[in-house]
Design a protein around this ligand. Structure first.
Ligand code: GDP
Length: 526
């Protein structure tokens, strides 16, 4: 009974955006609403400034900040809200993608001046792969931005998702008057004074009511009436099922920094966003309401103190109740494990907990036995799916600079890649190739190998363009391909064959020569 109650009151989600659209600001406003923090400025941006690419202190700071704000849980009314933070920097995009496998829905923040940006498109691709329900918040209405209808068209076209506005802006920038709530049928008026912003709510059942003209100038009320007519004509009514299937995104307008339009967003979010549900394991579908505890690790974070090589594994509970000090089965290693100090993350604090429920993310102290993707159960042999690796874009061979420290280097690189910092491919039995999505990771790896493992390395750039995971039912053809292309074949961590193509053209040729083989850009294919 408790289990069902705890599941239905939980909402686990991530706020995603292109850097600078307002993710940190919105997160902070949510926490303020939830009472989890008292003052603005308590949430630190986890951004790495571009100019700081090789500033190691900045990298260290980033690691500290992202531990502190990785998961923020708070109570809102009768609900338990878990916000999973995602790194803003593009070079850490993989970390974001993995985090998205642990949420039940997302809120996507768009800057009304810039519209859909590069990182927005990539993030949405990941959401589409998993059919994650999306709510869109169009931010910075206090700035002269783009036409709202134009923005909606761009969202539909670039993100391949249907949209449905639930609030509508009245004016923009200097002349921003507020938003009209299309479903609640009320006006939320915005007034910015020299030092503060005020807002008032006016209920208005009928937009033709002359009352409207009392609140906003006539030119604005006329436009609002016209806009609403157009919206009703063009967009289907909001359909919650389509939203839940990831096909339709409700859209809100506001200004995060001015705390404007946030309440509507939060209230609608808590009402419509899905609670933890079912999740696919390789063996079967696991339902959140099953009594037996199951869950998986989606992120590993090494601690900052180089003298203590302990790590925190971020564990998402999928079903049942997690209990402190109870033995669970680590299904990859087939061994029993137990945790005496699992932690919850509450805004900036960590605290030890006795139990946790589906949808929760807890920190498990780990001395090296947990990897990203690992499943824990009460004994059943289950392996959760859906922790994909994406093809890296930069490849470099790892060279050891100190032959006396080969062991340290091997151990360090194994652990750092298990953390998900980069991908490791092995060629010809022992050549190590590191693949990443950004240059920054190479700096981080080098720095951490030196400081945490006492190992020295160099990287030699390789000309590969992308990695493709190769599968095929025709075993003979697969074997022939591996033999013939040995110079461009490597094995990933799970010993799956990967084709390292030097160009799109090379891939095209391989596809033509080996028609029965399949080439995948993510590892979630087998
Ligand atoms: P993130 O990179 O997505 O986390 O973005 P931040 O929350 O750090 O915001 C980026 C910048 O935009 C900061 O300088 C914010 O103060 C500013 N910002 C956020 N929301 C608004 C808004 O509603 N209006 C305006 N004018 N600026 C905003």
């Amino acid at each position: 009974m408790d289990l069902q109650k705890e599941i239905s009151r939980r909402k686990t989600f991530a706020i995603i955006s292109h850097p600078d659209a307002g993710k940190t600001t919105l997160t902070e406003k949510f926490l303020l609403f939830g009472g989890a923090i008292q003052t603005a400025g308590a949430v630190k941006s986890n951004k790495i400034r571009k100019s700081a690419t090789s500033d190691f202190m900045e990298i260290e700071k980033q690691r500290g900040i992202s531990v502190a704000t990785s998961v923020m849980g708070f109570e809102y009314g009768s609900r338990r809200i878990n916000i999973l933070d995602t790194p803003g920097h593009k070079d850490f995009a993989e970390d974001t993608y993995r985090t998205l496998t642990a949420v039940d829905s997302v809120i996507l923040v768009i800057d009304c001046v810039k519209g859909v940006e590069e990182q927005t498109e990539r993030l949405m691709e990941v959401c589409r792969m998993r059919r994650t329900p999306v709510i869109i918040f169009i931010n910075k209405l206090d700035r002269e931005g783009r036409e709202p209808f134009e923005l909606l068209d761009e969202l539909e076209n670039k993100l391949s998702i249907s949209v449905r506005p639930l609030t509508w802006p009245i004016g923009q920038g200097q002349s921003f008057k507020g938003v009209y709530n299309l479903y609640g049928k009320s006006l939320n008026l915005f007034e910015s004074g020299s030092s503060r912003v005020t807002q008032s709510f006016v209920s208005l059942q009928d937009l033709n009511d002359p009352e409207l003209d009392r609140w906003i100038p006539e030119s604005f009320s006329k436009k609002l009436r016209d806009d609403v007519l157009l919206i009703e004509g063009v967009y289907e009514p909001f359909d919650r099922e389509l939203y839940r299937e990831g096909l339709l995104a409700p859209v809100f307008f506001g200004s995060a920094i001015n705390n404007f339009g946030i309440r509507e967003l939060l209230e609608t979010f808590t009402e419509i966003a899905p609670s933890p549900d079912a999740r696919e394991a390789a063996e079967r579908t696991v339902h959140a309401a099953e009594e037996a505890m199951t869950g998986f690790v989606f992120k590993i974070h090494a601690n900052l103190d180089p003298n203590h090589r302990d790590r925190t594994a971020f564990f998402k509970i999928c079903s049942g109740r997690f209990e402190r000090n109870r033995f669970y089965t680590h299904t990859r290693l087939q061994k029993k494990v137990r945790f005496s100090s699992p932690t919850h993350f509450m805004a900036n604090e960590k605290s030890i907990i006795d139990d946790a429920w589906p949808g929760d993310v807890i920190g498990l102290y780990d001395n090296g036995s947990l990897k990203i993707g690992d499943t824990l159960t009460e004994g059943e042999d289950l392996h959760f799916r859906g922790i994909p690796s994406f093809s890296p874009e930069i490849f470099k061979a790892l060279e050891n600079r100190d032959p006396m420290k080969q062991k340290q280097l091997d151990k360090g690189i194994r652990q750092l890649t298990e953390e998900g910092l980069a991908q490791l491919f092995i060629q010809f039995g022992n050549r190590k190739i590191i693949g990443t999505v950004g240059e920054l990771q190479f700096d981080v790896i080098k720095f951490r190998l030196e400081h945490e493992y006492n190992a020295q390395c160099d990287f030699t750039p390789l000309r590969y363009h992308k990695a493709f995971w190769v599968t095929g039912a025709d075993k003979e053809m697969l074997e022939e391909f591996r033999r013939r292309k040995a110079g461009a074949i490597a094995l990933d961590r799970e010993e799956r064959p990967v084709f390292l193509a030097e160009s799109e053209w090379m891939l095209k040729v391989a596809r033509e020569d080996y028609p029965s083989l399949e080439f995948h850009t993510t590892s979630e294919c087998t």
